[in-house]
Design a protein around this ligand. Structure first.
Ligand code: CTP
Length: 396
């Protein structure tokens, strides 16, 4: 679970986006976090503390003078022994209060009373004019200077009917931002290009040759790279997966298309990770029209030709990024892995232990570089992806 063991104070201020926080709370708890909700009086006008208590599983605090806290100092108690404070939605008024250190209700007071090292994240939600107002922008700049993370806002249709910047991020996006905030920015300022998923080589307009790759490992690495602060471009074959938050995805079908897109985006990239299960061959005599079954013995004969090797092409570029390859072998991984690393001319090659990883949520890896090999024991693909990103960051 992405937030296992994390304790989060979820502060809510007045705004129609409060209704989305019910879902956000559910997502946080599902991800393993323990959530303590604190609401301003204005927030209670939009959604009741009863709802938030039911969803978070903890009593909700709304009042600075709440006698339920033993020492009667909720502003101190609530900001100790937690891992982050998230204010969502954060109104223009609350941004003003944070920027000026106001302490006139429980939520603002506990923010000021928080230890300096405790991360504070705010998700603004307001009308476009309120967001663009010079005073709000001044306050936003001040919050950034003070080390407070501002999540979003997004542009789009607003509850008032106007269109523009100021919409709160969606609950799933907020969750990704909170998860990312717990990861060190070891790839800050870096650009990462990846391939993922299977390729699809047409036989005719309705048939083709593909493989069992689900894309899960590649998507997990793209997500981990983004969490680590990188700008990520994911060139993906056909998969059923949702694009990781904040990742730029380009869809392709064939190996040739994947090759062309990668080569047109490789300039200026710091890292290239080839995770895709690329078809080695394509059908040379693919039909433009659907092949018809004309008779019992009339079986079409397919001719094949070789696809370009995307990883080897990138690794051969004069100004190449740091290249990472993957290997799926059914036998002799230790020998074939190192041989493949040298054949492809890459500094790091990642071998899947056991070739039946396709579609699974877990994996076990072995890393080959010029110093030898290193095992990453069986774990969830997302955990392994984060370990792999740390290994890559340490090498570049
Ligand atoms: N790869 C690629 N382009 C290809 C074939 C493979 O970029 N046309 C990349 C894969 O994304 C992976 C690595 O090369 O990172 C190794 O892929 P794999 O299928 O294991 O190896 P092949 O080079 O195809 O060799 P073989 O099938 O003979 O094992």
């Amino acid at each position: 679970m992405d937030l296992a063991g994390k304790r989060i104070v979820l502060g809510m201020t007045g705004g129609i986006a409060c209704y989305k926080i019910a879902e956000f709370t559910r997502l946080l708890t599902k991800a393993g976090a323990s959530v303590q909700v604190v609401m301003t009086q204005a927030a209670t006008k939009f959604i009741t503390p009863v709802t938030m208590q039911a969803l978070s599983g903890h009593p909700v605090y709304t009042d600075q003078w709440d006698a339920r806290i033993d020492n009667n100092m909720p502003h101190i108690d609530l900001s100790r022994e937690v891992d982050a404070i998230v204010i969502a939605p954060c109104s223009a008024d609350f941004m003003f209060k944070l920027a000026h250190g106001a302490c006139d209700d429980l939520l603002s007071t506990l923010c000021v009373a928080r230890p300096m090292t405790l991360p504070l994240l705010v998700a603004p939600a307001m009308n476009v004019e309120m967001w663009q107002n010079a005073a709000t922008q001044r306050n936003a700049a001040q919050l950034r200077t003070d080390g407070i993370a501002i999540l979003g806002p997004d542009a789009g249709e607003q509850a008032c009917g106007e269109i523009g910047m100021g919409r709160m991020l969606e609950p799933e996006q907020l969750l990704e931002e909170v998860i990312a905030s717990f990861h060190r920015k070891i790839l800050a300022g870096k650009r990462v290009l990846l391939t993922a998923g299977p390729t699809f080589e047409p036989i005719d307009p309705v048939r083709g040759i593909t493989n069992l790759s689900s894309g899960k490992m590649g998507y997990a690495i793209a997500r981990a790279a983004r969490e680590a602060g990188a700008e990520v471009t994911l060139v993906s074959g056909p998969t059923a997966l949702t694009t990781p938050y904040g990742v730029h995805r380009i869809n392709v079908q064939t190996a040739q298309q994947m090759h062309d897109v990668v080569l047109s985006h490789v300039d200026g990239q710091d890292v290239f990770v080839a995770v895709a299960a690329v078809a080695d061959w394509r059908v040379k005599n693919a039909s433009k029209q659907k092949l018809k079954k004309t008779g019992e013995h009339d079986i079409p004969h397919l001719e094949f030709e070789q696809n370009p090797d995307i990883l080897a092409s990138v690794a051969a570029l004069p100004a190449k990024p740091y290249c990472v390859g993957f290997a799926a072998e059914s036998e002799n991984l230790l020998r074939y892995g190192e041989e493949k690393r040298q054949k492809k001319g890459v500094p790091l090659l990642v071998g899947n232990i056991g070739h039946q990883t396709f579609g699974k949520d877990e994996n076990e890896l072995v890393l080959f570089d010029d110093k030898g090999n290193k095992r990453l024991p069986r774990a969830d693909k997302q955990d392994l992806a984060r370990q792999l990103i740390a290994e890559i960051a340490a090498r570049i």
